[in-house]
Design a protein. Structure first.
Length: 173
């Protein structure tokens, strides 16, 4: 992993509501398993565009179908209410290394995407999940292409250090 990638922030969840009157919050977790979110510290809360608040030592537990958390320095419902809607990020360097042929989405963002014939399609803007597979969104300034992230079929190789992804994809599609 490059130094730039290590410094990136990875979204791991969001504060979605209030729980009780003592400042606890409800969370949506994007980690697997969902309680893994409590293993990462500090959290970087994006409370408004460009405003990041560091929270170290958040503790929580499953509650019904969701998660609840107690955040240090948040002792009442009004303080907690100001955090609802905040995205929770952690530094990319905190995450364990991915397995063979596995990638964190944040590491793929920004890669140049070229076809097996060498045609440049653009750069990875972002990815999203579907029921069947993940999809790579490739933008070149003029158009956007959606390429299924299926290794071996459409994605032929990923070179993180070289900043390139090779895909078997028709440039006209």
């Amino acid at each position: 992993m490059s130094e730039a990638a290590a410094g990136r922030r990875v979204p791991v969840g969001r504060i979605v509501g209030l729980y009780g009157v003592q400042g606890w919050v409800k969370l949506e977790s994007w980690t697997e398993p969902r309680t893994k979110i409590f293993d990462y510290h500090p959290w970087l809360l994006t409370t408004a565009p460009g405003v990041v608040k560091e929270i170290a030592g958040a503790k929580g537990r499953p509650q019904g179908k969701g998660l609840v958390a107690c955040l240090p320095g948040v002792d009442d419902r009004d303080t907690a209410a100001a955090l609802v809607g905040s995205d929770i990020h952690v530094a990319r360097g905190q995450l364990p290394p991915p397995g063979k042929d596995e990638y964190y989405w944040v590491d793929l963002e920004g890669l140049e995407v070229v076809t097996t014939e060498g045609a440049v399609l653009g750069r990875v803007s972002h990815l999203f999940a579907t029921g069947a597979n993940d999809v790579v969104v490739v933008r070149d300034g003029e158009r956007e292409r959606l390429v299924p992230f299926i290794q071996g079929s459409y994605v032929r190789s990923v070179d993180l250090s070289g900043g390139r992804m090779v895909v078997d994809w028709d440039p006209e599609f």
